[in-house]
Design a protein around this ligand. Structure first.
Ligand code: DGL
Length: 276
C-alpha cells in the first residue's frame, strides 16, 4: 500500500516549477508531487468557470494520489479558482485537506520591496482582470499604489521554448513599455505569473536599473515553511521521504521533461496523469 503523503504542487504547465524549485531547496525533507496541466495550458485567457473546473479536477487528482496539502503554484488559478475551492468544494468533499495559493503570500510582503510606494504587477489576463492583487495588496499595504499590465503573449512564448530567442524581445519590450508608461515612480516590478522568471534576463534588459524585479519562488517557499510551522497537525501528516515525482496531462512526457528541466534546473522524468 502506498503510504506516501506528499505535498502537491500544481500549475497549468511548467511555470509552477519555478516555485517548486524554491520550495524543494528550502524544504527538501518532504515528498512532493508536481502536476502540470500542459494539455490544457495556458489558462490565462480562459473563463472563470473553465479555470475553476480545470483546477478543481487537478486538485482532486492530487488528493487521490494521497496529497493532504496542495499548493496552486499558479497565479491564474489562485486568482480565479482558489477561493471557490477553499470555501465551497473543500468543505463538502475534503474538509481535512488544504489548498494554498501564491497571491496572498506575495501580497503580504510585496510592500517591503518598494521605496516609492508604487509597484507594477505583470500577469496573465485572468490574474489582472480578477483584480486580486489590487485587493490583496491594499489589505496589507494600503499606502502602496499598484499598476497592472496583462502580458497575454508571454506564456505561449515561454511554453513554446521561445523565451531566450530574439523573437521574444518585441513582446517583452512592448509590455514593459506599457507598464512603465503608467507611472514613472514604479520602483518594483512583480512577476505575477510563475512562468515569467524564464524571461528574467530579457525583462532586466528592458528595465531601468533602479527598478527591482520580484519573482515569487522564494516568497512562496518561505510562506509555506511558515504555514507548516504554524500547522503542526498538517506537518505531522505529511510524509518526509525526500522524493519528488512529476506528472503531466500531455501524453508526450518526453516533451514535458525537456521543457520542465529548463524551469526546474534539474533532471525531470515525468509520467502521464490521466485526469480527463
Ligand atoms: N503560470 C500561470 C500563472 O502563474 C499561468 C500560465 C497560464 O496562463 O496558464 O498565472
Amino acid at each position: 500500500m502506498n503510504t506516501k503523503k506528499p505535498i502537491g504542487i500544481f500549475d497549468s504547465g511548467y511555470g509552477g516549477l519555478t516555485v517548486f524549485k524554491s520550495i524543494f531547496k528550502l524544504l527538501p525533507e518532504y515528498d512532493y508531487l508536481y502536476l502540470g496541466d500542459t494539455a490544457r495550458a495556458p489558462y490565462g485567457n480562459r473563463s472563470f468557470q473553465t479555470i475553476h473546473q480545470y483546477t478543481l479536477e487537478c486538485v482532486r487528482w492530487l488528493f487521490k494520489q494521497g496529497c493532504p496539502l496542495v499548493v496552486l503554484a499558479c497565479n491564474t488559478a489562485s486568482a480565479k479558482a482558489l477561493r471557490t475551492i477553499q470555501q465551497i468544494d473543500l468543505k463538502t468533499e475534503s474538509p481535512n485537506k488544504r489548498v494554498l495559493g501564491v497571491i496572498r503570500p506575495t501580497a503580504e510582503v510585496i510592500g517591503n520591496y518598494t521605496k516609492s510606494k508604487e509597484i507594477g504587477v505583470l500577469g496573465t489576463k485572468g490574474t489582472v482582470n480578477s483584480g486580486s492583487y489590487l485587493i490583496e495588496i491594499n489589505r496589507f499595504f494600503p499606502d502602496v499604489k499598484v499598476y497592472q499590465q496583462a502580458c497575454p503573449l508571454w506564456v505561449p512564448l515561454i511554453e513554446n521554448g521561445e523565451f531566450d530567442k530574439p523573437g521574444a524581445d518585441y513582446f517583452v519590450e512592448r509590455y514593459i513599455d506599457e507598464i512603465l508608461s503608467q507611472s514613472p515612480k514604479i520602483d518594483a516590478l512583480l512577476l505575477a505569473c510563475t512562468h515569467y522568471p524564464l524571461l528574467y534576463s530579457k525583462i532586466r534588459a528592458y528595465l531601468p536599473s533602479h527598478i527591482q524585479i520580484i519573482s515569487q519562488g522564494d516568497i512562496v517557499a518561505n510562506s509555506l515553511q511558515d504555514y507548516l510551522a504554524r500547522h503542526v497537525e498538517m506537518d505531522k501528516d505529511l510524509s518526509k521521504g525526500r522524493t519528488h515525482e512529476f506528472f503531466t496531462t500531455t501524453d508526450d512526457t518526453m516533451d514535458f521533461d525537456f521543457y520542465a528541466e529548463l524551469f526546474f534546473s534539474g533532471k525531470v522524468k515525468s509520467s502521464f496523469a490521466e485526469i480527463i
